[in-house]
Ligand binder design. Structure first.
Ligand SMILES: Cc1cc2nc3c(=O)[nH]c(=O)nc-3n(C[C@H](O)[C@H](O)[C@H](O)COP(=O)(O)OP(=O)(O)OC[C@H]3O[C@@H](n4cnc5c(N)ncnc54)[C@H](O)[C@@H]3O)c2cc1C
Length: 458
């Protein structure tokens, strides 16, 4: 889409005024850095394919970041924050052009001590994990994209992943202890938020503050083993997962449950799972091997793979790259006609069974066991289905909701649709405080658009 001439010239002026900054100039790179993994949704692909930034800049220091933010404020240029761009939902795609600020050069690990890490927002999760491990700790939760994704991107657009079975989502109280936020104004300030105050910026897609630095709580390092288990019936696998999650004495870090239809899309797992049977992928601590195997037997399963996660990581392999939304990606790689949904189940065994009975095999069920933000056993769902139409997606969402699932619609780019589907006044208040000019990722926060509309009609 063509940008208005005056906005184009703002960006040109910006670049001329700040020549020492690392501006990305190659057209292909600008296109790449304007996009994320929105294409998992054919609906978002249609809507967002043409969207791109007018310029991309990669600040190296707080001072450089402040300079570009200040100039954007002066010229009223939209800003879209970016970590590694692995988000779905088109979170990091600028709807209104302007400048994409790529944070990956602001990646310093400030400290790792006493079970806490303070890092710049662009720090990659993999790099942080190595530093945490060296100090005897590990991250509490990380997405399956942890090789690429950044800490700021996880907080700004992610949910959690591996480890959420113990610690819940990244935004469960206690996981993120403090964030430093830069205000978007002609004279940017940095403000520290602590505790629950931080949460207004969690999963807000960078619409309500520029996150510069985060302090996160870590867990004690432990040695984990990868385990794959096959079951005769999907319901058995779900019951196993629920009991594993609830068992305080069996130490685990991951448990995903997958319908049998996924097996044909996982050629790389073929030595580890039985063909055409439902399966589970888990991470289990050394001391828990025997009770884990007992639990598998109790639910009629069979351990088809057991091996050190540490050794696999040294070889560059992570079993979690077959879990969470990587599962969807493996299917899409072999057949691009598929897409997915995202949901939360608070009564997993019962709800998953009802959904499976109603929608299998058209919808391939995939659930990841977690603790929800209140600590109860729950499941994140990433069911995969063949795309037919928007109407069919809406019907499937309605079916999930009719069974009490809480759907975060991955076919819509608005922040609210990826959260509670309601306007969150805390998110809007944070935007008033940190982005009063409304320049951050404009068009994504429905609560802000509604507020502007209400103000205009006064
Ligand atoms: C194959 C695949 C698997 C995935 N698995 C998981 C999973 O297991 N769990 C999960 O939660 N997610 C998952 N995701 C989504 C995504 O990978 C994660 O949420 C990841 O943490 C995003 O990090 P990022 O650095 O790539 O963020 P980006 O995509 O760059 O950004 C995400 C959002 O945060 C905002 N943002 C980034 N940096 C800042 C900042 N400094 N200040 C303010 N806002 C900022 C951006 O504007 C954007 O809206 C998956 C995605 C894919 C494609």
């Amino acid at each position: 889409m063509q940008r208005p001439v005056n906005q184009m010239s703002h960006v040109e002026i910006l670049k001329q005024q700040l020549p020492s900054l690392d501006w990305i100039t190659e057209d292909k790179e600008i296109e790449k850095l304007s996009k994320d993994y929105y294409w998992f949704s054919p609906l978002l692909k249609l809507e967002l394919d043409s969207k791109r930034a007018d310029a991309v800049v990669r600040p190296r220091t707080r001072e450089e970041l402040a300079t570009v933010v200040s100039e954007c404020a002066k010229t009223r240029t939209p800003i879209t924050m970016r970590g590694a761009g692995t988000g779905n939902y088109g979170q990091a795609i600028p709807l209104k052009g302007g400048v994409v600020i790529d944070m990956t050069a602001m990646n310093r690990i400030v400290s790792v001590k006493r079970g806490m890490a303070t890092v710049e927002a662009g720090c990659k999760l993999l790099v942080l994990e190595q530093a945490a491990n060296d100090a005897g700790f590990e991250q509490r939760t990380y997405p399956s994209t942890f090789r690429m994704a950044t800490v700021g991107g996880l907080f700004g657009g992610g949910f959690g992943g591996v480890g959420s079975i113990n610690f819940g989502p990244i935004y469960a109280p206690g996981n993120v202890l403090a964030i430093n936020v830069m205000t978007v104004s002609e004279s940017p300030d940095i403000i520290e938020l602590t505790g629950d105050e931080c949460l207004a910026l969690a999963h807000a897609y960078g619409t309500n503050g520029v996150i510069v630095e985060l302090t996160i709580a870590l867990a004690k390092w432990q040695h984990w083993n990868e385990a794959c288990v096959s079951f005769q019936r999907f319901a058995d696998a779900m019951r196993f997962g629920a009991e594993l999650t609830a068992s305080p004495g069996i130490l685990k870090k991951q448990c995903g449950v997958f319908a049998s239809s996924f097996t044909k899309y996982m050629p790389l797992l073929k030595k580890r799972i039985a063909v055409d049977l439902p399966y589970s992928i888990c991470l289990i601590q050394d001391s828990s091997e025997s009770p884990f195997r007992d639990l598998v037997t109790k639910h009629g399963g069979q351990v088809t793979h057991w091996g050190s996660a540490g050794s696999a990581a040294l070889a560059g392999r992570y079993i979690h790259e077959f879990c969470w939304n990587h599962t969807t990606m493996h299917v899409l790689r072999l057949d691009s006609s598929f897409t997915y949904l995202q949901c939360l189940l608070n009564d997993p065994v019962k709800q998953a069974r009802a959904l499976y009975d109603e929608l299998n095999p058209r919808v391939m069920m995939h659930f990841e066991f977690i603790r929800n933000a209140e600590g109860a056993v729950a499941c994140g769902g990433l069911p995969v289905l063949q795309f037919e139409s928007k109407a069919q997606i809406d019907r499937d969402i309605a079916t999930f909701e009719s069974h009490g699932a809480f759907v975060m619609n991955p076919h819509v780019y608005e922040v609210e649709e990826g959260n509670s589907r309601q306007i969150d006044p805390r998110q809007v208040a944070a935007k008033e405080r940190f982005d009063p000019l409304g320049l951050l990722n404009p068009g994504k926060l429905r609560g802000w658009n509604a507020r502007a509309h209400a103000q205009r009609s006064k």
